[in-house]
Design a protein around this ligand. Structure first.
Ligand code: DGJ
Length: 549
């Protein structure tokens, strides 16, 4: 065997380089950066240049300070057929000393996700975590003179960094920028990380606004012109609480916060300044590596009487428009939905200027099926129950894990179809409520009546709210006489809405799956099985209909 000399190696490299430069050999290019494409009122998350829907699960808060604690997270997500992990990264551990960064935990998250064939959404626990500052580094906590706190109505400092603290904001901007630069350096060739959550449930817990003298001076001065012109441009389409607060002030074109927003003034004021702070952090990160970025939201209520009971100034429904005006670097404002009013909340956050993404919801059997309306009714970007770490116990899925696994397993082969049919008006969701049946109006004077089982597995959620899984699924209209029905825990009867009160007849029913957007039949159902029945086993059916009239 003849060995290459150093000289011949050098010439070989020179030749390769010149071929690449001359365009004869393809240069190694990175896959396109993940992005959210916004066309009119339609949104699509693109990963590696292709539409992507997040079937996610979020790790518990303390699971990412040691790679070994993430092992159950990976295992659970794979067992539940998830495609994306949401994992926190902590400012206090990323920058233990000012300017000294440690990225080894971020690296281990990315490597762990790759080993398990998952994408990752990283959650930046920075200045804010659940309306307080518990993840700021010790050098921030211990220097309240420099990194000053919000003061409550009686002037006491509380454990929330003031949104007026420039030193804290600049420190967070620097840290987040360093994080994004690092992620770019280790991930731009693979794009394992697809999105960033900037902060966590921002806002002020314990007071409706900062009452420090400098904050009060701002509060008593004019509402910034940029906000007033945003409101003017969107008048008539603002969220109801904001619209009516401003209407009560006769749509004042300018004035102090009190003059313009009346009762909503402290929360509106907090929202503008918290959102401006977070926007600066996000912008600093995007300058390094412009991944899609979102902020999650601790909802206002239930049992919360006034702003400050929920984090005042976070992107709640009340002040969503103020966030839109103040934080253009944030692509999505996203609700954490732990309340039974899942559908109402999802509907409120799904707007022409904001796609729905549910980064947290309860990891309970009764919440899993909400993934169907999220994706099918509200054109959502994704769904991710919180605290999935121990879904696998003793080699078996927990009840919540099993409920999510059943739904994600049905959804995995349908993702390309859902991406294709979102926003077309031909994608419908099936979701069990308190009744044993409900009517889903399809197009073409046709309805699908979904009947739910009151058997052992699916119990009406009002009776057994958290313990029993909720039935759910979706329907896709391929053609006026050709439907996909998928999910678990229901059967469908099609009904004509005009003409003689009869159901269309079946040409055929098949059980099967999809490869991309191609239907792959697996079983022909006829005779005793000629029913659109998913009561006893999850699955995907294709139903062809014909009408005699
Ligand atoms: C919402 C927060 O965003 C999460 O980090 C976690 O604290 C959950 N609440 C706990 O329910």
């Amino acid at each position: 065997m003849k060995y290459l000399t150093f000289k011949s190696l050098v010439s070989l490299f020179a030749l390769l380089a010149s071929l690449i430069l001359a365009g004869s050999l393809p240069a190694q290019t990175n896959p396109p950066i993940p992005q959210i494409v916004h066309t009119g009122s339609h949104y699509q998350l693109l990963v590696n240049g292709k539409p992507y829907l997040i079937l996610g699960g979020q790790a518990h808060n303390s699971s990412a300070s040691n790679p070994k604690d993430l092992e159950p997270v990976w295992k659970s997500l794979v067992a539940m057929h998830a495609n994306t992990a949401e994992v926190p990264i902590y400012w206090e551990l990323v920058e233990p000393q000012p300017g000294h960064f440690d990225f080894h935990l971020i690296d281990s998250i990315i490597q762990g996700a790759r080993r398990h064939g998952l994408h990752v959404v990283l959650l930046w626990f920075g200045t804010w975590k659940n309306g307080n500052m518990s993840y700021t580094p010790a050098w921030i906590k211990e220097d309240p003179a420099k990194y000053f706190r919000v003061r409550n109505e009686v002037g006491q400092p509380i454990d929330v960094i003031s949104p007026f603290c420039t030193a804290a904001r600049e420190a967070d901007e620097r840290a987040f920028a360093a994080v994004m630069q690092h992620i770019k350096s280790v991930d731009e060739s693979e794009r394992t990380v697809i999105m960033m959550q900037v902060e966590n449930e921002t806002g002020l817990v314990g007071t409706d606004r900062d009452y420090s003298p400098q904050a009060t001076a701002k509060y008593e001065s004019q509402v910034p012109a940029a906000l007033m012109s945003y409101l003017e441009a969107h008048r008539g389409h603002l969220m109801p609480a904001l619209e009516s607060a401003w209407a009560a002030k006769h749509f004042a074109p300018s004035g102090t916060w009190q003059n313009v927003f009346g009762d909503l003034a402290p929360e509106a004021f907090s929202a503008w300044y918290v959102a401006s702070y977070v926007n600066a952090v996000a912008a600093a990160g995007k300058q390094q590596y412009p991944l899609p970025m979102y902020c999650n939201n601790w909802l206002a209520g239930p049992g919360a009487a006034r702003a400050g009971d929920w984090p005042s100034g976070g992107p709640t429904i009340h002040v969503l428009d103020i966030w839109k005006a103040a934080a253009p670097s944030i692509d999505v404002l996203a609700p954490d939905i732990y309340i039974p009013e899942f559908l109402e909340t999802a509907g409120a956050f799904h707007r022409p200027d904001n796609p729905l993404f549910v980064p947290e919801t309860a990891f309970r059997p009764s919440y899993a099926a909400y993934v169907f309306p999220d994706l099918a009714e509200f054109n959502g970007l994704g769904f991710s129950p919180f605290g999935i770490d121990f879904a696998v116990q003793d080699g078996k899925l927990s009840p919540a894990g099993q409920a999510l696994a059943d739904d994600y397993e049905v959804l995995q082969p349908l993702l390309s179809m859902i991406e294709k049919f979102q926003y077309t008006g031909k994608l419908f969701s099936v979701i069990q409520g308190v009744d044993n049946a409900n009517v889903i109006r399809l197009g073409h004077e046709l309805a699908a009546v979904a009947y739910y089982s009151w058997g052992r597995r699916f119990i009406p959620p009002s009776a057994e709210r958290h313990r029993a899984p909720r039935a759910g699924g979706l329907i896709i209209e391929l053609a006026p006489d050709d439907y996909i029905v998928a999910g678990y825990g229901f059967r469908i009867v099609f009904r004509n809405l005009v003409g003689p009160a009869q159901s269309p007849e079946f040409v055929s029913i098949e059980r099967g799956t999809f490869h991309g957007t191609e239907w792959v039949p697996e079983q022909r159902l006829n005779g005793d099985e000629l029913h659109v029945n998913l009561l006893f086993k999850p699955g995907i059916l294709r139903v062809r209909l014909y009408n005699l009239n």
